[in-house]
Each structure stands twice: as structure tokens, then as C-alpha cells.
Design a protein around this ligand. Structure first.
Ligand code: B1M
Length: 209
């Protein structure tokens, strides 16, 4: 059983073949972490690379991410049985007042594909909900905003984390169409990512994963 089949099926966005490939690899006795690293994560790294080069676009990246998730679903019970550690625990959400979730979902899927344990808090997430997530062992808070009127809630959330005494125990990454590195620096976030594939890279840097 060659893990390249899984890798290629993810890059091509073929969920049925990814599922079949993961089942076959498990049946052949390949360890779950090897399937994860050499099949799923390696493929999503390649998808991210092709997106950054302009060879793939958002719809194709979404399809690839969904194919990866189909494989991950089968792999998860096996991974849970082993003592494999996630690359880090991330809580991600779209900030209060904002209902846009397409980009946030894509970032969540790419992070999952990169081996992070992702807790998706959904949309319209209050600063209090982010604080609650940070209290539960989360290492990285990810905030998304698509509206210039809601991005200020990122700063409110950073402040809420400070007020709760949690600022030093979590890293904060932000993104979304109106968000910039300058804004991230201004509000005291640790990182900014312009798209889903760089979000994976920034998350890895922030957590040293
Ligand atoms: Co809205 N909307 N919308 N909308 N909408 C925009 C954002 C807008 C630019 C359209 C426009 O006027 N040209 C405009 C904002 C203007 C502004 O603030 N400057 C706008 C507006 C005004 C509104 C409403 C106020 C409209 C109204 O009701 N009058 C309203 C607000 C509702 C609310 O949120 N309270 C509204 C509603 C909606 C829909 C519900 C209809 C729908 C959202 C559906 C959904 O998400 N489930 C919608 C949509 C689809 C859009 C556009 C067309 C597309 C957004 C999108 O999904 N892009 C958008 C116009 C546009 O962008 N062309 C628009 C694709 C997505 C993959 O990209 O989200 O940027 P993006 O995510 C990227 C990066 O930004 C980054 O990675 C992602 C993947 O590469 N990224 C992160 C995102 N989050 C990240 C987090 C990270 C790191 C990277 O770390 C944690």
C-alpha cells in the first residue's frame, strides 16, 4: 500500500479515494500517525503550496480540505487509541457581530489537516467565549473577521484575555479580508495570516510545532 495514493487523492480532491486509501492503509498495518503525516498532512502542505503559487484557487482548496477531512474521520479513532500528540490545540471563531464563516472554516480545515486539534467556536463568538476556550487548555486562539465594523472585537477579545490573566498562556492569530499585519501588531496579537495556507505556517511558528 503506497501512501502516495492518499496524497494524490487529497491533492485532486477525491474524497471517496481518500477514504478507500486510508482504509486500505490501516488494513495493511501502516501506523495511523504515518498515514496522517505522510498522507494527509503532506498532501495539505502541497495544496497550500500550490495555492500560494497561484496554481490552485479557493474552491479547489476547499474540495481538497474536504477530501482530507473524509480521511481524517476514519483515522481519528485510531489516532485516539495511540499516544500521538496533536501539533497544538487551537480554538477558532469569527468574532462577535460577524457571520462570515467560509474563510474561517477553510482555515480550520487546513489547521486540522496540518495536525492541529481544532475547536471551532463558530460565528458571532463573544470575547467571553474566547476567554472560556483559553481557560480550557487551548494554546492558540484564532479570530476571523470580514467586516471593518466587527474587526474591533478582535481588540476587545485581546483585552478580555488580558483582563482574565490569560494573555501569556495563549498565542493569538488573526485574519480575514480587512485584517492586516499592522492591525495585528496594533492590537497586540501574536500573528496574522492572509490566507488559510499561511495560517498553518503561522500557527506552527507560534506554537513551535
Ligand atoms: Co458579506 N460582506 N456581508 N456576506 N461578504 C463582504 C465581506 C463585503 C466585503 C462585501 C462587499 O460589500 N464588497 C462586505 C464588507 C464590507 C466591509 O466591512 N468593509 C460585506 C457586508 C457589508 C455584509 C453585510 C453587512 C451585508 C448586509 O447585510 N448589508 C452582511 C453582514 C452579516 C454579518 O456578518 N453580520 C453580510 C452577509 C454575508 C452573507 C451572509 C450573505 C455571506 C456570508 C456567508 C458565510 O460566510 N457563511 C457573505 C459573503 C459570502 C461575502 C463575500 C461575498 C465573500 C466572503 C468570503 O467568503 N470570501 C464578501 C465579499 C468578498 O470578499 N468578495 C463579503 C471567501 C473566503 C475564502 O475568504 O473570508 O477572506 P475570506 O478568508 C480568507 C482570508 O481572509 C483568511 O483565510 C481565508 C482563506 O484563504 N482568513 C484567515 C480568514 N479568516 C482567517 C483567520 C485566520 C487566518 C486567516 O486566523 C485565525
Amino acid at each position: 500500500m503506497d501512501l502516495k495514493v492518499i496524497y494524490q487523492s487529497i491533492v485532486e480532491g477525491n474524497a471517496a479515494e481518500v477514504e478507500a486509501g486510508v482504509r486500505a492503509a490501516l488494513a495493511a498495518g501502516i501506523p495511523a500517525d504515518e498515514i496522517l503525516n505522510k498522507g494527509l498532512i503532506a498532501a495539505m502542505d502541497e495544496v497550500g503550496r500550490q495555492y500560494e503559487e497561484g496554481d490552485l484557487f479557493v474552491p479547489e482548496m476547499l474540495i481538497a480540505a474536504r477530501a482530507m477531512q473524509a480521511g481524517l474521520k476514519i483515522l481519528k479513532p485510531e489516532l485516539a487509541k495511540s499516544d500521538i500528540k496533536a501539533a497544538g490545540k487551537v480554538a477558532i471563531g469569527t468574532v462577535k457581530g460577524d457571520l462570515h464563516d467560509i474563510g474561517k472554516n477553510l482555515v480550520a480545515m487546513m489547521l486540522e489537516g496540518a495536525g492541529f486539534e481544532v475547536h471551532d467556536l463558530g460565528v458571532d463568538v463573544t470575547p467571553e467565549a474566547f476567554v472560556k476556550a483559553a481557560q480550557s487548555g487551548i494554546q492558540l486562539i484564532g479570530m476571523s473577521a470580514l467586516l471593518t465594523t466587527t474587526m474591533s472585537n478582535m481588540e476587545v477579545t485581546v483585552q478580555a484575555l488580558k483582563n482574565a490573566g490569560l494573555r501569556d498562556s495563549v498565542k493569538i492569530m488573526i485574519g480575514g479580508a480587512p485584517v492586516t499585519q499592522d492591525y495585528a501588531t496594533k492590537i497586540g496579537a501574536d500573528g496574522f495570516a492572509a490566507d488559510a495556507s499561511s495560517a498553518t505556517r503561522v500557527a506552527r511558528q507560534l506554537l513551535g510545532a
